[in-house]
Design a protein around this ligand. Structure first.
Ligand SMILES: Nc1nc2c(ncn2[C@@H]2O[C@H](COP(=O)(O)OP(=O)(O)OP(=O)(O)O)[C@@H](O)[C@H]2O)c(=O)[nH]1
Ligand SMILES: [Zn+2]
Length: 297
């Protein structure tokens, strides 16, 4: 039996990389399907080699975490590619992604793209947004010019030695960002798009790439987001700044909605907590609370 990590999944095949840099194209044994376990990119596995470079996955080792969208396991950090414009910035979409990452205990890095397309006044708006998210605190990169060396170097430093995933809305600029990191990839630009299977009618595919001492998974974009599989009472705990403030709420277990003497609401009033975050919280809170009781697991 051999150990390795799944770097790529495509059409029922899993490419497993071993510590000695060999690649095996494997399939999962039928018993996984019966147990409703699907191997994910990022999984550490034990497998049986067959026919030289093929094999069968026998065991998936315990996961640190996993994401549904993109389907990936054992992630430390996510680069949340966020377009400042084209498509229009949505704080709701960004916050939903951040919550999904908080639930899975994955560190987010917010990377703003298309900052070169902003007018001077819009730039100011985004400087404020970036500073507000940085105070939560999240790592935020708002490049002075699109893909500036400074921005890219900061990103490289943040993702080294970690397993990272690039996520973001379709058209946010995920592949473009990866292409700018390309000098550090062991791939040429053309090969990147080939390796990542970009194109109009491509199979959805997730792949891990070695970049600067770290691993990056590039993933297909999404246009909508799955419903968060949590209880409404847990939601505030996934907003780090709410969680911090809540120790000063009058009531323990304050939901920061209708309760009197609520520190979260106070900090929204004073501008310490972003109004948009609080509004997105209320919307999600209502959505989760009102969904059918049998929805949860
Ligand atoms: N002006 C400008 N254009 C950008 C920037 N980033 C990406 N683009 C453009 O935006 C378009 C979409 O970028 P992609 O990198 O393909 O976006 P993606 O997130 O990989 O999209 P999917 O593959 O659909 O998920 C392309 O035409 C890019 O050239 C940027 O910072 N500035
Ligand atoms: Zn409160």
């Amino acid at each position: 039996m051999t150990k390795g990590k799944i770097y790529q999944s495509l059409a029922g095949f899993y490419d497993v990389h071993t510590a000695d840099d060999k690649v095996y194209r494997t399939r999962a044994r039928g018993n996984f399907r019966k147990r409703k376990i699907t191997p994910l990119v990022g999984d550490d596995v034990e497998f049986q080699i067959e026919d030289g470079d093929k094999g069968y996955i026998l065991e998936i080792l315990p996961r640190k975490n996993s994401l549904v969208r993109p389907p990936i396991a054992n992630i430390d950090q996510a680069i949340v590619t966020t377009a400042a414009t084209q498509p229009e910035f949505s704080s709701n979409l960004l916050d939903r992604q951040l919550i999904a990452l908080e639930i899975s205990q994955i560190q987010p890095i917010i990377y703003f793209t298309k900052t070169d397309l902003l007018s001077e006044s819009k730039r100011q708006v985004f400087a404020t947004i970036a500073a507000d998210y940085a105070r939560i605190p999240y790592e935020v990169i708002l490049p002075e010019s699109a893909f500036s060396d400074e921005a890219l170097n900061r990103l490289r430093k943040l993702f080294s030695k970690k397993e990272n995933v690039i996520m973001g809305q379709t058209g946010a600029g995920k592949s473009t960002l990866l292409n700018h990191l390309a000098p550090d990839l062991d791939l040429k630009t053309g090969e990147i798009s080939a390796a990542l299977n970009r194109g109009k009618h491509t199979t959805r595919r997730v792949a891990l790439l070695n970049v600067n001492d770290g691993l990056i998974a590039d993933t297909p974009g999404f246009s909508s987001y799955d419903t968060l599989d949590i209880d409404f009472r847990e939601l505030a705990g996934y907003f780090p700044e709410f969680k911090r403030a809540s120790s000063k709420c009058r009531f323990r277990g304050c939901m920061h909605v209708n309760e009197p003497d609520c520190e979260v609401k106070r900090q929204v009033e004073s501008g310490q907590i972003m109004k948009s975050r609080y509004e997105n919280y209320l919307q999600l809170y209502t959505d989760i609370k009102n969904r059918k009781p049998n929805y949860k697991k």
